[in-house]
Design a protein around this ligand. Structure first.
Ligand code: PNW
Length: 490
């Protein structure tokens, strides 16, 4: 019996969407096939020293070639939905509003969408999962120049709605604008590799650029949302929103007012940075303005009106929870490169309790207790239907050479993760929270960005040494199938 509590049987809505999520740059491969233009991530992968195992995503899992096998696999996993992203530079190789559309790219995604629909799998389509066309980076530094960037993104979205909107009814504009801004423009490890750290990176200003890049994503997201509502919704009848990254933050010392405030600040810097403008007041949280001052861009009144309410749902990507404590004492200056709200992390709290079991990924531990709190925090603050668009884990020791031998497909750690997290979804629903989807991250072991092939997040083992990137189902895939059948009792 896979139920955490027998009482949760059938607790998910009959029309609940569940399945797995992926991202184009992590699975497609075919990086320059059939007219595709290079993305910033292709350039990063081809630059020595940028990816820890020196791998590229040139082939990845070869899903460009094997998408029909992927759909078959998903069908065998019992899913009723699939979240994937479109590669902007496969559709418009040079990216810009006056640049030509690549018919081969359109054909690929049309065939994928048709294949999904033929198998009764509902497509959830992300327009942007981190791969900017390199041409736009070269022309005007992409998101650092909102005036030039916004019309280019809006036109790309228009092409997608016009081409796929008859069949796609669930759209996500951006995936995790905050992680994109911080990893690419503060830490610098992600594309386009900008940071103030001159030992590692040649360009960038960590104190200002992440906030500008976040702002550009909000403005362009909101324009695309309004365009969809005004020009497409009445004939296409779809929903559209944005997906935000957010992990729970709890005070290190639950009796310390400073730590309690730090945990709240952590949630605001990570989540409310985007969620307050979109789902709340229409503006950035006061805690961010107080710390960042004029380094944080401002919205005009007209922009606030456009951004406010610009998402039909709360798209939630979540993985873990942290304990946080106050860092710089009040009254002392916070360094401008601080992007997290002046706090420090800990794996244990003041009573020595661990945030959860370790995975192969240093920031990610199994912390379902935090997920339960996060769902309530988001629901109480924003009151919009929640689509969980990513949740999953690596498992300790899975980074072993292919083909899988012994017990490697028996991914107990991942099963326990899903059992606990999906159980919290069902429980939250019984507590009155409106949750409409759950997408596990991810369908296949894939190219985990700057970590290359070293982190395996899939419910499917992929043999990257084999020519055809052979797929082997892990036991978690069968577990999830049974678990969701139990929770969505029809
Ligand atoms: C997400 N964090 O990124 C992305 O959407 C996926 O493409 C990625 O493969 C997946 O999570 C696993 O990393 C995140 O530090 C990266 O909290 C970092 C964090 C969260 C999400």
């Amino acid at each position: 019996d896979n139920s955490p509590e027998a009482g949760l049987k059938g607790s998910l809505r009959k029309d609940f969407f569940w399945g797995y999520a992926t991202a184009a740059p992590q699975i497609e491969g075919a990086w320059n096939a059939d007219g595709k233009g290079p993305s910033t991530w292709d350039i990063l992968a081809h630059t020595p020293g940028r990816v820890i195992d020196a791998s590229t995503a040139d082939d990845a899992t070869r899903s460009y070639d094997f998408f029909r096998e992927d759909v078959k696999l998903m069908k065998s996993y019992g899913v009723n939905a699939y979240r994937f992203s479109l590669s902007w530079s496969r559709i418009i190789p040079l990216g810009g509003k006056d640049d030509p559309v690549n018919e081969a790219g359109i054909k690929f995604y049309s065939e994928l969408i048709d294949e999904l629909l033929a198998h009764d799998i509902t497509p959830f389509v992300t327009l942007f999962h981190w791969d900017v066309p390199q041409a736009l980076e070269d022309r005007y530094k992409s998101m650092l120049d909102a005036e030039k960037y916004v019309p280019d993104f809006v036109r790309y979205a228009r092409v997608c709605f016009e081409t796929f909107g008859g069949k796609v009814k669930h759209w996500i504009t951006y995936n995790e604008p905050g992680v994109y801004a911080l990893a690419g423009y503060a830490g610098g490890a992600h594309a386009p590799n900008r940071s103030s750290d001159r030992e590692k990176y040649s360009e960038g200003d960590t104190s200002t650029e992440p906030w500008i890049v976040g702002h550009t994503q909000l403005l362009s997201h909101a324009q695309v949302y309004r365009m969809y509502k005004e020009e497409f919704a009445h004939t296409q009848h779809g929903t559209i929103g944005i997906t935000l990254s957010g992990n729970w933050s709890a005070p290190y010392d639950a009796t310390s007012p400073a730590d309690i405030a730090a945990a709240q600040r952590a949630l605001e810097f990570e989540i409310a940075w985007f969620a307050d403008p979109v789902h709340g007041s229409g503006d950035y949280p006061a805690s961010m303005r107080a710390q960042l001052g004029s380094r944080l861009p401002t919205f005009t009144d007209a922009e606030k009106q456009t951004v406010k309410g610009s998402s039909d749902f709360y798209g939630m990507n979540t993985y873990t929870a942290f304990f946080v404590r106050d860092k710089v004492p009040p009254g002392q200056p916070i360094p401008p490169e601080d992007h997290k709200g002046n706090l420090a992390w800990s794996d244990i709290n003041s009573e020595g309790v661990s945030r959860g079991a370790e995975s192969d990924t240093e920031w990610l531990r199994t912390s379902p207790w935090g997920f339960a709190k996060l769902l309530h925090w988001v629901w109480d603050r924003y009151r919009v239907p929640i689509y969980i668009t990513e949740n999953g884990t690596t498992a300790k020791g899975e980074h072993v050479p292919a083909p899988p031998a012994g017990d490697v497909l028996n991914d107990v750690h991942r099963i326990e993760f899903y059992r606990a997290y999906v159980g919290e979804v069902a429980k939250a629903v019984t507590e009155g929270i409106d949750i409409r989807s759950y997408f596990g991250w991810t369908l296949l072991d894939n190219w985990e960005w700057a970590k290359g092939y070293t982190d395996r997040f899939g419910v499917t083992w992929v043999d990257f040494e084999s020519e055809e990137k052979k797929r082997y189902p892990k036991r978690s895939a069968a577990f999830n199938r049974e678990f969701f059948e139990h929770l969505i009792a029809r």
